[in-house]
Design a protein around this ligand. Structure first.
Ligand code: CP
Length: 344
């Protein structure tokens, strides 16, 4: 599947989202992001006010979810998004064991089968490149049957999680009004964490004056070179460190992540670094009073004990519940734009 990262070139949005797959944040420009966020704001306000037009947008649309890796937020927020847009969803969210992949069917055939039934397909897969492969075969299907199902990645192995990055950036923009003069720290497993790969690139695309991006991780879990190369190409300032205390009190945004235990081939390597960065109420005390603490979730011990988490959750600086709610609104906007049912 990884070969498709080199052989399939996802289309740039350039202001027109209709019928285009979403597999990497590299498809977006700053103007695209402004459009998505404006649509998200409009939909969020409309949902809050109970406006009926939103529920009519996808009245004759069907979305399918194909989740071959565990999920709570992405899967259910897409389902909620389509439901709130008035569409319907069909799902194979029980994983490989209940689909024909179990009988040996290829992912290419599975997505083309679903592409015959649905208008949008949300795919989560443990292999990097799976969403690129799915998009490639859905293009081929469209040539054959004349119906194009839009593929949206819900997380592509250790590669990217583009819709998570959009909701992360929307939440930052909501909290801070932009990225100008922000010191942003991404902390934890930057090697296997697909959310930070997408977010770092999206911050570079969004841009702003005087942004400082700091990657805090053990050396063995550092940000991949291909992400750093992308940032270099966009002229964004970044630095790498394993010294959390050095950045904690200076950061305006701290994006905490879970060490991705399931991605380690050698359990001993996971055990060696699993306790490197644990957020606790004591640590939070050292952060700025208006700092915004984000986490894509799910979380484990990297956010302390249950008692710690209870204290963290009540702190006004923790924004992960906003992220989760914004995720549904951002995904509503993306579905509406990709399916061509909203003009702005
Ligand atoms: N943030 C995120 O992708 O969460 P889920 O794995 O629950 O979808």
């Amino acid at each position: 599947m990884k070969a498709f990262l080199d052989t399939y070139t996802p289309p740039k949005m350039n202001g027109d989202f209709v019928g285009k797959p979403i597999v990497t944040v590299e498809q977006f420009t700053r103007c695209d992001l402004d459009q998505i966020f404006a649509t998200t704001e409009r939909i969020k306000a409309g949902v809050r006010r109970g406006e009926q037009w939103i529920h009519n947008l996808c009245a004759n649309k069907i979305m399918a979810t194909l989740f071959f890796e565990a999920s709570t937020r992405t899967d259910l927020s897409f389902q909620a998004a389509m439901s709130r847009l008035g569409g319907r969803w069909i799902g194979a969210s029980n994983g490989i064991s209940f689909s024909s992949l179990y009988k040996g069917e290829s992912i290419a055939d599975t997505v083309r089968a679903v592409g015959c039934y649905a208008d949008a397909i949300i795919l989560r897969h443990p292999a990097e490149g799976a969403s690129y492969q799915a998009a490639y075969y859905l293009d081929m299907l469209a040539d054959k049957i004349g119906h194009k199902a839009v593929l949206v990645s819900g997380g592509d192995g250790i590669g990217e999680h583009p819709t998570q990055a959009l909701l992360d950036l929307f939440t930052i923009e909501d909290a801070k009004g932009g990225l100008d003069n922000l010191q942003i720290a991404l902390v934890g497993d930057l090697k296997f964490g697909r959310t930070v790969h997408s977010l770092a690139k999206l911050i570079a695309i969004y841009g702003g004056e005087n942004i400082t991006l700091t990657f805090v991780s053990p050396e063995s879990l550092a940000m991949p070179t291909k992400v750093l190369t992308f940032l270099d190409g966009h002229g964004i300032n970044y630095r790498q460190t394993d010294n959390l205390l050095d950045v904690l009190s200076k950061s305006d945004i701290i994006y905490w992540t879970r060490v991705q235990e399931e991605r380690f081939e050698n359990p001993a390597e996971y055990q060696a670094i699993r306790n490197n960065f644990i957020m606790t109420p004591d640590l939070l005390e050292q952060a700025k009073p208006d700092m915004c603490l984000l986490h894509p979730l799910p979380r484990k011990h990297e956010m302390g004990t249950e008692a710690d988490q209870d204290i963290l959750d009540r702190d006004p600086r923790t924004c992960y519940f906003h992220q989760m709610e914004n995720g549904m609104f951002v995904r509503m906007a993306l579905l509406a734009k990709a399916l061509g049912v909203i003009s702005l």
